[in-house]
Design a protein around this ligand. Structure first.
Ligand code: DX5
Ligand code: ZN
Length: 233
């Protein structure tokens, strides 16, 4: 694993720009980088796999130079049918990882292979009611296992408790060079239990960007995880 990939396995709080001001992504990402954040979670939704449409690879292009110049990464979460169709354009736009839903593609092995060949870190994710065993084989080929802790489609939902039973199972399936990410409802009340259950990539939208001081909210979350024993990258 090269240094440039090490961020996958580090413990990190990853701001999700879904909760940011859509008219000011660059400034909102810069502010969080000033506070120390380095991995930004980018939620792409297509209006089919989930009822909502967000944005596409142009947003990745718009952020890539700023984030990469400061040693950061853009982690794309595709809530899109047959997401492998878009791998090449996201790689070209500057996405570092590309995480796809097991429910959204017919051949997850082929899809992850396409992602890997495009030069991005391949990740697989699953909806809250999809059994963890559904990704047991895909986990051989993935470097990010993302556990949805809400139904995909919207920020600001309530954390699903069963996530803390699912994360240890996902951690068992993860390769040594893979990260385990939790996404949805991660906030002051939930972040420590999620970290203790086996997630090292702790993605938070509303708990950062919907707060009066997003940089401080990020730092407070980092501090909680650090106090629970994590070494934060
Ligand atoms: C939900 C997205 C999440 C979302 C989380 O479909 O995948 O990444 O940004 O938002 P919060 O942290 O507000 O639950
Ligand atoms: Zn997401």
């Amino acid at each position: 694993m090269s240094r440039s990939d090490a961020w996958v396995t580090e413990v990190q709080v990853c701001p999700s720009i879904l909760a940011a001001d859509f008219g000011a992504f660059r400034a909102q990402v810069r502010d969080l980088m000033d506070a120390g954040a380095r991995t930004f979670h980018v939620d792409v939704m297509d209006g089919h796999f989930v009822p909502v449409i967000t944005f596409g690879h142009e947003v990745v292009s718009a952020l890539a130079d700023d984030v990469h110049d400061r040693g950061g990464s853009l982690a794309v979460h595709m809530m899109v049918e047959q997401p492998e169709r878009f791998a090449a354009e996201y790689a070209k736009a500057g996405a570092d990882s590309f995480t796809i839903h097991i429910e959204a593609t017919r051949d997850i092995h082929l899809a992850l292979q396409i992602v890997e060949e495009s030069g991005m870190i391949p990740g697989v994710t699953l909806n809250p009611a999809t059994p963890v065993s559904a990704v047991a084989e895909a986990a051989r080929y993935a470097r990010n296992l993302l556990c949805m802790s809400v139904s995909p489609g919207w920020g600001g939902q309530k954390f699903i408790k069963a996530t803390t039973d699912r994360l240890p199972e996902l951690r068992k399936l993860a390769r040594p060079d893979a990260g385990v990410e939790a996404d949805g409802g991660i906030a002051a009340e939930t972040i420590v239990e999620v970290y203790k259950a086996g997630a090292n990539r702790l993605t938070a939208g509303s708990a950062i960007y919907k707060q009066p001081d997003p940089g401080q909210a990020y730092l407070d979350l980092v501090e909680q995880v650090r106090a629970a024993g994590a070494t934060i990258a």
